[in-house]
Design a protein around this ligand. Structure first.
Ligand SMILES: Cc1cc2nc3c(=O)[nH]c(=O)nc-3n(C[C@H](O)[C@H](O)[C@H](O)COP(=O)(O)OP(=O)(O)OC[C@H]3O[C@@H](n4cnc5c(N)ncnc54)[C@H](O)[C@@H]3O)c2cc1C
Length: 663
């Protein structure tokens, strides 16, 4: 790696020339770095805004799921079946589904080898369980902190291999060639520097692996950890296309300490209550929407393994009716909602738990778990006592206090478009992990982590075999990218001259509110149309309204601009889907007029129109590309799962000659 000092626009800038820049330090970015290094490409560097930050190291649930090919038991499984299950989630390309299924065992075993403690029996069977959208018990877990354990194992390997890490380096811009066909570098701010004129770092590189995670920073109501913001906007700005941006997952989570309330937290059947803003006027607001105790407790119980909100699971007193009611209580009625583990749902009668009135599925589960107990807390302790400890470790004692909740943004199924090597249409840029929108409308729980590992490995392999080239001379790089670099430096100079501005916070909150209101679980065309146009208006003027009084503020200001562009592109994609006649699916309900309250009468819910993929906008993948302030849309038919010719001698010959696309 070459290291030079250059002087531009009054800034002293360190310029690093390196074959591959890895941006971010989540599980996907780290696996890409480890894989690339293990193949033999040692000219790489990791630049991350916060080592230890991000979703992988800071999020989880009662039993955080990793989805993989089934490797034990009598139920047969195979790569084509797993690929078909991924593909059947709709709007996912079949060749990518095949790669994710094919690479699953290798990725999983790599984590095992690095020391992630996935449970197995004494014969070595990797036992599995069923997760959302999964009929084959492909899920496994290393406990509430599966992704954290993955981060720790991969971070240990990065350090063991002595891969260079530039911590507190926030990348603010991706540099391209003149025709925006490929990336050639990036600009970062070293937030440890005090002097803005010395804080910029340039990367002159052949390849960029982008592992910046999901767009957490654009939501007000969110269960992404606070240390995750996301930076997909800089890739849109550089010319990379997005896909399926309409598809995210939302679900019930605690807000004081951000954590998913899935699994045991719901299977313990706590009481759902709401209060006014000050905590008075306690009400069990779910009761009036359920006909009896059995259906209410079953819906709460099912939330355990039907965690994300799904408009298809509202009807017939389904589990997603709960999300809708929670959301309505907060957004329409302006009340606060809590789970109470000290009280049973009373259904207007006694506060005692009534096992005899439970649905047989619920009763059997609790009985088999030794959890027919008097209170939700006792049941939670019987099913999964570490789930109680986890909140205690974060200062919340469920035996004493109410747990405030909301329906929160949790995961983006869409993101940047990539090919079977996770390479973007902006060449030499490889989005891996959550920033890559490989998933479709529905995805099995845990497949995000599988996809992040498989994709990052494949990206590294492609870079190793195809993009070994030494980096261009610094002079040539600077000549080519001078204009783009100067633009960003001028912006930085302007913001520093403006100094600290209160408007930064105002606009950040405005972006988040707009996105949560118009792009959350309830969507309608009129609201999203005005939200998208307001977002465009803010985007056009934002750079004049904001400022920065320090290096850290400067980095945050660039991030704010990134969020602004991101929320504009996402809202435009949602608008396009709804305007094209797209109906409720995935994790959102499409409603009529903006001013109408959600009609929760059973007739209205029973007649709500779900997407049935008979319209092009629903059947095809919506791709978007941002150019000169506008979003251009394109519908692309999902590619089928390819038929493979696996005749061994043919595969072997191609592999040895390296003449097949797949080698
Ligand atoms: C509460 C919760 C529960 C979840 N449960 C599951 C589950 O059970 N199963 C499952 O499969 N998935 C689950 N997910 C999703 C999954 O955890 C994430 O999709 C995955 O961890 C994302 O990993 P990543 O490597 O892509 O990004 P992250 O781990 O988010 O890492 C992003 C990295 O990029 C860095 N970064 C960001 N912007 C910049 C920049 N501009 N410059 C430099 N660095 C930057 C950050 O500091 C961070 O290091 C869950 C998510 C949440 C929030």
């Amino acid at each position: 790696m070459e290291n030079e000092l250059i002087h531009l626009e009054g800034f002293d800038i360190r310029c690093l020339s390196v074959n591959t820049l890895v941006i971010g330090s989540g599980a996907a970015a780290l696996n890409a770095a480890v894989s690339l290094h293990s193949f033999g490409q040692h000219d790489l560097v990791i630049a991350t805004s916060q080592w230890g930050g991000g979703t992988s190291n800071n999020a989880g649930s009662d039993k955080q799921t990793y989805y993989k090919l089934s490797l034990s038991g009598t139920q047969p499984d195979s790569v084509p079946e797993m690929a078909a299950d991924l593909f059947n989630g709709r709007c996912m390309h079949g060749d990518i589904a095949l790669c994710e299924a094919q690479g699953s065992v290798e990725a999983f075993m790599n984590l095992v080898r690095l020391g992630v403690k996935f449970p197995h029996d004494r014969f070595g069977a990797w036992a599995g369980y069923r997760t959302d959208h999964d009929n084959r018990s492909r899920a496994t877990s290393a406990g509430p902190y599966t992704s954290k354990r993955m981060f720790e194992a991969l971070a240990g390997e990065v350090k063991r291999r002595k891969i260079k890490i530039l911590d507190r380096h926030q990348v603010i811009s991706l540099l391209t060639d003149r025709v925006k066909s490929r990336v050639v570098g990036a600009i970062a701010i070293n937030t440890r520097q005090k002097d803005p004129s010395k804080a910029f770092v340039l990367f002159n590189c052949e390849n960029i692996i982008l592992g910046t995670g999901g767009p957490a920073g654009i939501y007000e109501t969110s269960v992404y950890p606070l240390s995750q913001d996301g930076s997909i906007g800089m890739a849109f700005k550089a010319g990379a296309s997005g896909q399926n941006l309409t598809e995210s997952q939302f679900g019930i989570a605690s807000v004081k300490f951000r954590w998913n309330l899935s699994g045991s937290y719901q299977q313990a059947i706590p009481a759902y209550i709401s209060t006014d803003k000050k905590g008075y006027d306690r009400r069990e607001f779910l009761n009036q929407f359920f006909p009896d105790y059995g259906s209410l407790t079953k819906a709460i119980f099912l939330k355990g393994y039907q965690w994300p909100f799904d408009p298809g699971k509202i009807k017939g007193y389904g589990s997603s009716l709960i999300d809708l009611l929670v959301s309505r209580e907060i957004t329409e009625k302006k009340r606060r909602v809590f789970l109470d583990y000290t009280a049973n749902p009373s259904f207007g009668e006694s506060l005692a738990f009534s096992p005899d009135k439970l649905d047989p599925e619920v009763y059997d589960y609790l009985k088999n778990s030794g959890a027919i107990k008097k209170s939700p807390l006792e049941r939670l302790l019987a099913i999964n006592f570490p789930a109680y400890d986890l909140y205690k470790e974060h200062g919340i004692d469920l035996s004493k206090e109410l747990l405030e909740i909301a329906v929160c943004a949790q995961h983006n199924n869409g993101g940047l478009k990539g090919d079977i090597w996770w390479e973007s249409d902006l060449k030499h840029l490889f989005p891996v992990g959550e920033v890559n929108g490989s998933h479709g409308v529905y995805r099995p729980g845990g497949s995000a982590l599988n996809s992040g590992q498989v994709g990052s490995y494949r990206a590294a392999w492609q870079i190793f075999r195809k993009y070994k080239n030494t980096v261009r001379e610094t002079d040539i790089f600077l000549k080519q990218s001078k204009e783009e670099i100067e633009k960003e430096l001028l912006l930085a100079g302007k913001w520093i001259a403006a100094g600290t501005r209160r408007e930064n916070k105002k606009y950040l909150l405005e972006i988040r509110k707009r996105m949560s209101e118009a792009g959350g679980i309830i969507r309608n065309l009129s609201r999203v149309t005005s939200a998208a146009s307001e977002a465009g208006e803010t985007l056009n003027n934002l750079t004049d309204w904001i400022g920065a009084g320090s290096v850290r503020e400067l980095a945050k200001t660039f991030q704010l601009a990134d969020h602004c562009l991101t929320h504009f592109v996402y809202l435009e994609a949602i608008r396009e889907y709804l305007a094209g006649g797209g109906r409720s699916r995935g994790s959102y309900l499409v409603t009529g007029d903006d001013n109408e309250a959600i009609d929760l009468s059973s007739e209205s819910i029973d007649s709500a129109e779900l997407c049935n993929y008979d319209r092009a906008i629903e059947r095809d993948i919506l791709e978007v590309n941002y150019r000169e302030g506008k979003v251009f849309n394109k519908l692309v038919k999902p590619r089928k799962i390819p038929a493979q010719n696996l005749w061994f001698e043919k595969v072997w010959k191609d592999y040895l000659e390296d003449n097949s696309e797949g080698c």
